[in-house]
Design a protein. Sequence first.
Length: 110
Amino acid sequence: MFKLVQITGLAVVMAASGIAMTAPAKAQDIELQIGRDGVRPVIRDRDMDRRGPPRDRGCSEREARAAARASGLRDPEIVRVTPRRVVVEGFTRRGQDTITFANVRGCPEI
């Protein structure tokens, strides 16, 4: 009886190891590309495919306030933010004034 349990246990272990060894390796994501340059491997970054290309940062509210202060506005306040521009209101020596900045890196004044 003990011999039968040993043989059955050995058969189960061999079957389980056979199944585990035939599983595909997920880390080997290599593509071969054939072209004018010959055959070359293409290794893709899987994280970049999910996230998409890196997004260019626009003019943040903090940068717009700093640029408005540098232009002479006191107590700058963000009024409107659109995909193309950032509108900032504040006070100058003459009274209330508005400055518009482009919503791109560096906050250039429009």
